[in-house]
Design a protein around this ligand. Structure first.
Ligand code: GP9
Ligand code: MN
Length: 416
């Protein structure tokens, strides 16, 4: 009932951060294009394989004055993979600890980013070349108030332009921009890329760099499919420019979750030139790239393009809404604006692991981020353990109790 919600509200309100005036509203009324970078981990950014650059286009953005790039940003997904990341972006809440929230709680009430964007006069949609019911998206998108889903039926998919899971990212980006041309502006659309999906196989003609040579096919092919997606993003930017949609848009990109699981630790140890992959390393490998690109805004000039805040997917919604000048003081959100001076360097993964600027907590061990070794004081992480569990539990309470149905967003109070 409503009183359960009051506890959660008190908790959330105590953790709100104040927006940074220098950034608030700088992207007001721009189109919003969010790109889910399938399985993209951060270790590929500004890195090489066999002497070849893996992500030349994304690397160029890390040095761009209109871009903020976060290199200490973590995915927070569980079993729901891509869909969990979507959930987190839309709600600034965690998915559920078991199963995929898109399946388990698509009947809940939410107050999503899409709903807020609808209210702000935006057209809201998702573009993804897969069947609409995959991950239960059709039902969950209704619950999230996303007005239009451009699913596989909206794309021209042929044998020639598809590989692995379906439509390749380059034609997907090209066709997505064609679809955008017909949407009334301003629009908010999310594009879910797919070529860089396990098992990371691609056609010869799409392999612009050589595979890695560890002998582990998954890891070896990963660099090529990541590189292909990087090229697809370059194509997207060009197509947006050609369509006249680039200058009045803000483009946000995040890696949705890891691509290389711990089953491939020996190949990863070879690539990273380490003896072995420790639990500390595995946790750091949950870093995914996060980019905010606003043409003509001098975003990077204000702050330096590469930012090191310890952060995660739950932070995307408040950060973006503040850039758009949309007030979030009535939002029940678990993330915080990365540009706020009060943003805390503390990020929690869905399984209870967490990262601060000093510590990484995993496998019931507190590691020192500087050395990668267990801390001398074995209890150093203790205060954070309690806070991490509390935050996950508060988020779970909302979802398990469907508590948003008692929430009045207009007033920021429990409904009468
Ligand atoms: C499929 C896409 C990929 O529609 O979401 O699935 P996932 O990464 O979640 O396995
Ligand atoms: Mn995915």
């Amino acid at each position: 009932n409503g009183s359960e919600l009051t506890d959660v509200m008190n908790y959330v309100n105590a953790n709100q951060t104040t927006p940074n005036k220098d950034y608030y509203g700088i992207a007001k009324d721009r189109n919003v294009i969010i790109i889910s970078l399938e399985s993209m981990q951060d270790f590929v950014i500004n890195n090489k394989v066999n002497g070849q650059t893996i992500t030349p286009f994304l690397n160029s953005l890390t040095k761009d004055k209109d871009t903020l790039y976060y290199d200490n940003f973590y995915h927070q997904t569980g079993l729901g993979k891509t869909s969990d990341a979507e959930f987190i972006v839309e709600n600034s809440m965690f998915g559920t600890g078991r199963g995929a929230v898109f399946f388990t709680n698509s009947g809940n009430t939410y107050h999503s980013m899409a709903e807020q964007m609808n209210q702000a006069g935006y057209q809201t949609s998702v573009m993804h070349s897969n069947n609409k019911s995959f991950w239960n998206r059709d039902l969950m998108y209704d619950a999230l108030n996303i007005k239009k889903f451009y699913d596989v039926e909206s794309f021209n998919v042929t044998e020639q332009n598809s590989a692995n899971w379906g439509l390749k990212d380059i034609p997907f980006m090209e066709q997505s921009v064609e679809l955008m041309k017909d949407i009334k502006q301003p629009f908010y659309t999310r594009l879910l890329s797919l070529s860089n999906h396990f098992p990371f196989i691609s056609d010869d003609e799409d392999q612009f760099i050589k595979p890695y040579d560890s002998g582990d096919k998954t890891v070896d092919g990963y660099f090529q499919t990541v590189n292909y997606t990087d090229e697809a993003i370059k194509v997207l930017f060009q197509k947006l420019k050609d369509a006249g949609l680039y200058d009045n848009s803000i483009i946000v990109m995040y890696g949705d979750h890891y691509g290389i699981s711990e089953n491939h630790n020996s190949a990863m140890a070879k690539y990273l030139d380490k003896e072995s992959i420790t639990p500390f390393d595995s946790t750091k490998l949950q870093q995914v790239p996060f980019f905010i690109h606003a043409p003509g805004s001098d975003l990077g000039e204000k702050a330096g393009s590469t930012k090191h805040e310890v952060s995660g997917e739950i932070d995307i919604r408040p950060t973006l809404l503040h850039l758009l000048g949309i007030d979030t003081s009535h939002d029940l959100q678990f993330g915080s604006d990365l540009l706020s001076k009060d943003h805390e360097n503390f990020t929690i993964l869905r399984d209870g692991r967490f990262i601060t600027d000093q510590y990484v907590y995993t496998s019931e061990t507190c590691y020192d981020t500087k050395t990668g070794k267990p801390t001398k004081d074995a209890n150093a992480c203790q205060p954070y353990i309690k806070r991490a569990n509390e935050k996950l539990e508060m988020s779970d309470r909302i979802i398990n109790g469907d508590l948003m149905r008692f929430y009045n967003h207009e007033t920021g109070q429990v409904k009468e």
